[in-house]
Write a protein that binds this ligand. Structure first.
Ligand SMILES: Cc1cc2nc3c(=O)[nH]c(=O)nc-3n(C[C@H](O)[C@H](O)[C@H](O)COP(=O)(O)OP(=O)(O)OC[C@H]3O[C@@H](n4cnc5c(N)ncnc54)[C@H](O)[C@@H]3O)c2cc1C
Length: 468
């Protein structure tokens, strides 16, 4: 593994290597950061940070989001679009256009990247500031740091209109060259530094609400979303500014119970709870009274809501641990199954549909697993219509059936105008690579390959990522 500290060292590795895989914290869930014989180029040591100025901060690709958060806190600002895993590095989140729970309010990484420094496969360097180079007549024309010209075709396929996507190269009329690199999963260049926008940190309260049915929970999500949109527009005086809403389904709740997490974290799950929401409300001043929260959660509740007010970090951590406990519980079961069946691995969709189609989509996801007799759990960033549809495989045959189910779910999502790769990317996952081709067709894949060829003619960078 190479652990460069300077752009010059990164350039050397790229010039000398025949196949190079850039990696951050290797938390990718798509195999994108898992080497198969390439030279591994870790950006972890490029972890310098500048001062906060004009609501932005310059951060090396190796800065962990947890370190970024800690460095920003004393300045009273924060970087909003963090994924759930805060150990991810700046280069990794930019390369995957990562997004988290609060996309509903803040968008994804792309919306917060002001500038990037990129080292190309040739070792040449690009300094890209947003606004400096936009696609014109289907091409980007710019110059490298050494003054030589660069001409790159811009993709022109139409991307699905959903809250977030990590599905191949960005494509939009007149798009910015910065946006080509955000979400390119290490296939176009190595990001060594980013200028990230930050903003004043609001006070935040967290609410856990248990429901008797998924329908009641989705009704509450609809009301909370409407209130938040009206509040941010200025139409609802003293309304609730809901930044994120997470959901866990009945099977997810069973997993939490089976693992004793409700008792461990002091978050009771009343009998009859079939779904739960965890949502964050933000405010720059006073919070609306808790009665409003109760009203918006509405009927069909299986028990009282639990609130972690601003400053109650213990209660907030307990509520977050319930949500984060679900993927951990699934991973524990997969690990246990691997003892008898080493081929067992995680099988999950990372899908998003327009919010209005979510209830219908959830029924489709469940049916795809149930028809194959698969244990499964659905949870995720419900405010965006982004659900992680996970099989819980016990055998190799379950893995195979789960992959079929995920492919079927991906097709259904496409038919609903959604995107089958919402935040984790495509990586080396064969199901996701096939769905990428379904999404943009052969012509779209050909456009992506042409863009890649212009920047990396030998295909040295991240071979096998995005394209088989
Ligand atoms: C528990 C858990 C929760 C997660 N939750 C979320 C979530 O809520 N939202 C979300 O979006 N993702 C989530 N992820 C996935 C993952 O954390 C994100 O994809 C993250 O952005 C990856 O960052 P990383 O530093 O680990 O990058 P890596 O995994 O190391 O790399 C990811 C990809 O980017 C490329 N890459 C890495 N660094 C560079 C660079 N400097 N230049 C060019 N290419 C590079 C790699 O080649 C690879 O293709 C989660 C993962 C885990 C394990």
């Amino acid at each position: 593994m190479f652990l460069p500290r300077t752009e010059g060292e990164v350039a050397w590795v790229l010039r000398e290597g025949r196949a190079v895989l850039p990696v951050g914290a290797q938390s990718s869930l798509t195999g994108g950061a898992t080497p198969f014989g390439e030279w591994v180029l870790s950006l972890a040591r490029m972890d310098g940070m500048g001062d906060v100025a004009e609501n932005a901060v310059r951060a090396g690709a190796g800065v962990a989001l947890s370190s970024l958060e800690a460095a920003l806190r004393p300045h009273g600002v924060f970087y909003p679009p963090v994924p759930t895993f805060h150990g991810a590095l700046v280069g990794g989140v930019c390369s995957t256009n990562a997004a988290g729970a609060a996309t509903f309010k803040y968008g994804s990484t792309r919306d917060w990247v002001r500038a990037l420094t990129v080292v190309l496969a040739s070792g040449e360097v690009l300094e890209l500031a947003r606004g400096d180079c936009r696609a014109r007549d289907g091409r980007f024309e710019t110059v490298r740091v050494d003054g030589t010209p660069l001409d790159v075709p811009a993709p022109s396929y139409v991307m699905p209109r959903v809250a977030k996507r990590s599905a191949g190269y960005h494509s939009e009329p007149g798009m910015d060259l910065v946006d080509l690199f955000v979400g390119s999963e290490g296939t176009l260049g190595v990001i060594t530094e980013a200028v990230l926008q930050v903003r004043p940190a609001p006070a935040r309260l967290l609410v856990w609400a248990p429901f008797e049915s998924e329908a009641a929970a989705l009704d509450a999500v609809r009301r909370l979303r409407e209130e938040a949109i009206a509040t941010r527009r200025g139409d609802a005086a003293a309304g609730l500014d809901v930044a994120s809403i997470e959901s866990v389904d009945a099977r997810s709740l069973e997993l939490l119970r089976e693992d004793g997490l409700d008792r461990e974290h002091g978050v009771p799950l009343p009998v009859g709870t079939r779904a739960a929401l965890l949502f964050a409300v933000e405010s720059e001043g006073d919070f609306a009274d808790e009665g409003r929260i109760e009203d918006l959660c509405g009927g069909g509740r299986a028990g009282p809501t639990l609130v972690a007010p601003p400053g109650d970090d213990r209660r907030a951590s307990a509520l977050l641990a319930m949500r984060e406990g679900v993927p951990l519980a699934v991973n524990r079961r997969i690990k246990a199954a691997q003892r008898d069946h080493p081929s067992v691995h995680k099988v999950a969709g990372d899908v998003i549909v327009p919010w209005e189609r979510l209830a219908e989509a959830m029924a489709v996801y469940r049916a795809a697993f149930e028809r194959r007799g698969l244990d499964h759990a659905l949870w995720g960033h419900v405010s965006d219509g982004n659900i992680h549809a996970n099989a819980i495989p016990r055998t190799g045959a379950d893995v195979h059936a789960g992959e079929e189910a995920v492919a079927e779910i991906g097709e259904a999502v496409l038919a609903m105008g959604g995107c089958p790769m919402s935040e984790h990317g495509v990586g080396r996952d064969p199901v996701k690579q096939a769905l990428l081709r379904r999404l943009y067709g052969d012509e779209g894949i050909a456009q992506m390959r042409a863009t890649r060829r212009a920047l990396d003619p030998e295909g040295t960078l991240s071979p096998g990522v995005l394209f088989p």
